[in-house]
Write a protein that binds this ligand. Structure first.
Ligand code: ZN
Ligand code: ZN
Length: 388
C-alpha cells in the first residue's frame, strides 16, 4: 500500500504503488514503462498529473539531452521521465505540509531551486547556483521537474509546495497547462522592469511563449504591442490575443523599418525576443529606441555575432531570462483566472498519455498547424485526436 513517513493521503484519492511512465532511452527513443509512484518529502506534495503540454524544450531534450541535466549529465538511458508543463490534483501531502488540501487542483512551476543559494534567496530560483545538484553526496535538493528530476510524462509526480499554484474550477486542465508558459512571458516582462502600461512592445516569434507574451504585455497595459513572425496562422492568433499590429517578416523584409512605421516613426521601448533566429538580437537592438530594453527568451543553436557598438552607443539593456522565476507564474495565473486573456487559443490538440509519441510528432512537425499539444492520462481515448 502506498505510504511514506509522515505522508498524509485521503481515501477519496487512492494512490497505487506503481504508475505508467514514459522514459527516455537513446536520443528520440521514448518507452512506456512502470515506475513506483514517488513519495513526497518535507515541503513536497504528490500531484496526480491530469494533463501535460508538450514544449519545444521537451523536443530538444528528447533529441539532444540538453538542457536537461540528469545525475550530472545527459538524460539518456537513465530511466529519466521528461515533461514539465503539467497540472493536476494534489493527492498526498509530505510531512508537515498544511499549505493546501488534498484534492486541490493545481498547476506547477518547473523550478524549485535549492532554496539555499544566493540566487534562490533573491527569487531567481531558475538560475539556482546548485542547478542539477540533486543526487549522490552533493545533494542540494534542487528540483526542476523534466530537467534535473523526473518530469510529467507519467501519472504522478512530487512537487515542492512553492511550485504548485492553485487554480479555479472554471479553468480547464488544458488551459492550466499553459500557465507556466504565460509565466515565462511574465518573468521576461518582470525583468524588463514590469512597468509596461503605455509602453510600446515588440514580441518577435509567435511560438507559445511569444503568443502568450503578447497576451501578458497587453494585459499589463502595453500600447502598442507588435508581433513579428513568419506564419500567418500564428500571427492571426496573436491578433486575437491582443496584438495591435502584426508583421509577417516574409512579406516585409525590413522588419525594423516596419516596426518604426507602426510606432509613429520611432523605435519601441521594449522587445521580447522569442524567436531564437540567428539575427534576432541585432534586429531587436535596432527596433528599440535609445535606452530601450530587450529581453531574450529564446536562443539560437549557434553563436551569433552581435553589434555591441550599437548597444553601447544607444544605452540599450539586454536581459537573458531562464524559465519562470520570481513567482511570475502566480501573476500569470491571476491574469488567466480573471480571464484577462484566453490562453486556450494556442492549445490545438489533445492525445491520450499512451499516445505520447504521436503527440510529439504533431508538436514537432506542426501537423495540422499544431501549436500546443496536450496529453492526458484519463478521459481521452487512445489514437483519437480531439482538436478544438
Ligand atoms: Zn516549457
Ligand atoms: Zn539555489
Amino acid at each position: 500500500m502506498y505510504a511514506g513517513p509522515g505522508v498524509k493521503t485521503s481515501p477519496d484519492f487512492p494512490i497505487p504503488d506503481q504508475m505508467k511512465a514514459w522514459v527516455l532511452g537513446n536520443p528520440n527513443e521514448l518507452k512506456l514503462t512502470e515506475k513506483p509512484v514517488p513519495v513526497p518529502k518535507k515541503a513536497e506534495v504528490l500531484v496526480r498529473i491530469d494533463a501535460v503540454a508538450i514544449c519545444a524544450t521537451d523536443l530538444e531534450i528528447i533529441e539532444y539531452g540538453s538542457p536537461a541535466l540528469f545525475q550530472g549529465g545527459k538524460p539518456f538511458n537513465k530511466n529519466f521521465t521528461p515533461g514539465h508543463e503539467y497540472m493536476g490534483t494534489v493527492v498526498a501531502l509530505g510531512p508537515g505540509v498544511d499549505e493546501l488540501p488534498i484534492g486541490q487542483r493545481v498547476t506547477v512551476e518547473i523550478h524549485a531551486g535549492c532554496g539555499q543559494c544566493k540566487r534562490c534567496r533573491e527569487g531567481m530560483y531558475t538560475a539556482c547556483h546548485n542547478y542539477g545538484l540533486n543526487y549522490g553526496d552533493v545533494d542540494k535538493g534542487h528540483r526542476a521537474n523534466g530537467f534535473t528530476t523526473d518530469g510529467g510524462f507519467c501519472e504522478y509526480q512530487v512537487n515542492n509546495i512553492n511550485t504548485v499554484i492553485p487554480i479555479p474550477e472554471a479553468m480547464s486542465d488544458e488551459e492550466a497547462t499553459l500557465v507556466v508558459t504565460a509565466g515565462t512571458a511574465m518573468y521576461g516582462l518582470t525583468e524588463l522592469g514590469g512597468l509596461v502600461a503605455g509602453e510600446s512592445v515588440v514580441v518577435s516569434g509567435p511560438g507559445p511563449i511569444g503568443l502568450l507574451g503578447v497576451a501578458v504585455a497587453k494585459a499589463m497595459g502595453a500600447q502598442p504591442v507588435i508581433l513579428t513572425g513568419t506564419r500567418d496562422n500564428r500571427l492571426k492568433i496573436g491578433l486575437e490575443l491582443g496584438a495591435d499590429h502584426v508583421i509577417n517578416v516574409r512579406n516585409d523584409k525590413d522588419v525594423v523599418a516596419a516596426v518604426k512605421r507602426l510606432n509613429g516613426g520611432k523605435g519601441v521601448d521594449y522587445v521580447v525576443e522569442c524567436s531564437g533566429a540567428p539575427n534576432a538580437v541585432n534586429e531587436a537592438i535596432r527596433m528599440v529606441n535609445r535606452g530601450g530594453k530587450v529581453c531574450l527568451a529564446a536562443f539560437p543553436h549557434e553563436e551569433t555575432p552581435v553589434d555591441v557598438a550599437h548597444i553601447v552607443r544607444n544605452n540599450i539593456y539586454l536581459f537573458g531570462i531562464r524559465g519562470e522565476g520570481k513567482s511570475a507564474t502566480h501573476r500569470a495565473e491571476a491574469f488567466m483566472s480573471q480571464k484577462r486573456f484566453d490562453a486556450t487559443k494556442i492549445h490545438t490538440h489533445t492525445f491520450a498519455l499512451d499516445d505520447l509519441p504521436t503527440a510529439i510528432r504533431y508538436a514537432k512537425d506542426r501537423v495540422d498547424d499544431a501549436i500546443k499539444v496536450v496529453v492526458k492520462a484519463k478521459g481521452v481515448a487512445a489514437h483519437r485526436v480531439a482538436a478544438e
